[in-house]
Design a protein around this ligand. Structure first.
Ligand SMILES: [Fe+2]
Length: 168
């Protein structure tokens, strides 16, 4: 199955960095939870699943090439590696372009232009909020969630994780 094949490719890239695999699988699970809540159709679901698995795939290459994991480098290298992997596994060219657009802009919320990108953004944000101070700021947190999350399922999930239980 495509999902398992792409997961294997992702694990291969992150073989020396278990955090990369763990973070990616967490984002994938969160994306799946949001997609279920939003009743995303199966074609979009597949594309978002693939995007979640590959979203941080450029991190190590950015570090290797530029000595930096700055967003712009991760995005650039991520889109290149995602394309190589998806061409190798024979994914549809039009869908490869869409996955690479999202991977290549995934730290740039101004570029969000569709529900697929939005779901990835929200899933990644929940995973990343675990390490952000905002999660402990009870005053500002509800407004932050309101501002950054657009899907109903994403908002509910973020509130469950950070307002009720205090963490993932
Ligand atoms: Fe991420």
């Amino acid at each position: 199955m495509l999902k398992e094949t792409v997961i294997k490719e992702m694990i291969n890239v992150f073989h020396d960095v278990p955090y990369g695999v763990d973070h990616t699988l967490k984002v994938l699970q969160l994306a799946e939870d949001i997609m279920t809540g939003e009743s995303i159709d199966s074609e979009k679901r597949e594309l978002i699943t693939i995007t979640a698995i590959l979203h941080d795939i450029g991190a190590l290459e950015a570090q290797r090439k530029y000595g930096s994991m700055e967003a712009k480098y991760q995005e650039k290298e991520g889109a290149i590696i995602a394309r190589q992997i998806l061409e190798k596994v024979g994914y549809e060219p039009g869908k490869i372009d869409r996955v690479c657009y999202i991977v290549g802009n995934h730290h740039t919320p101004e570029k969000i232009d569709g529900i697929d990108f939005q779901v990835l953004w929200e899933a990644d944000l929940i995973a990343n909020m675990e390490a952000m101070d905002i999660k402990n700021d009870i005053e500002k947190l509800p407004g932050y969630i309101e501002e950054n999350f657009k899907t109903t399922a994403g908002k509910v999930l973020a509130k469950e994780y950070f307002l009720n239980t205090g963490g993932i």
